[in-house]
Design a protein around this ligand. Sequence first.
Ligand code: ZN
Length: 275
Amino acid sequence: MQAPNPAKLSINSATVREQWSLPQLIEGCVRAGIRGIAPWREQLKACGTAEAARLIREAGLTVSGLCRGGFFTGGTGQERQAALDENRRAVDEAAAIGAGCLVLVVGGLPKDSKDLAGARAQVRDGIGSLLEYARATRVPLAIEPLHPMYAADRACVNTLGQANDLCDELGPGAGVMVDVYHVWWDPHLEREILRAGRRILGFHLCDWLVPTRDILFDRGMMGDGVIDIPRIRVWVERAGYAGMYEVEIISAARWWKTDPDEVLRICRQRLVEAC
Ligand code: ZN
């Protein structure tokens, strides 16, 4: 099996968000010879979208995605409308920085609700409403299924199968984000990756640590956990994905406390050795 091409490495800004601002990350990527980047909106805002777009362009970086839109669910129509307005702004920002897609973390249960099916219907309607705008702006929407432990508070789309069903229903402009952290456990993963095919808009890498001490902030460096990443990577490539390998490690105890130049160096090394 051939190792991934390190020229396709992209760094998600969450990986070093405690150490570096977006301009610092851009400089760090250039120093490390890394050619891809994926900012979060918070950092884009802190930098200014136009300024970020300029810095990214001048550095010659490819933007594998913008994190994130979504959170379509809400207890009232007003809340859901506000979410939609916010998502349109996220689409504009993705277009401004030339992002390959806008990543959607779709939202969980509305406050005080136990209606999971209803929440999922709201997600479908929300993405459906956003799609026309996203298509006109030429920003593909990447539905990211999240591990079921986040179903209540972050995303009620929890399997790649569910995300594929949504894409089937919603049509062109909607695709999926495959994040190994969220989908590695799924017995139907291979089938659903092949089903997604060219709708795969991005590929997020990290690892599942045992034990996982915090469900949000304890993701591992590739190779430090139990996910058979090369196996999943081969499935994704077999499905036709030829985009970037985006490292997204949210790690408060370890990688946010490490020298960020060193983090980038290890990301590159592990992409080749453990993915
Ligand atoms: Zn992800």
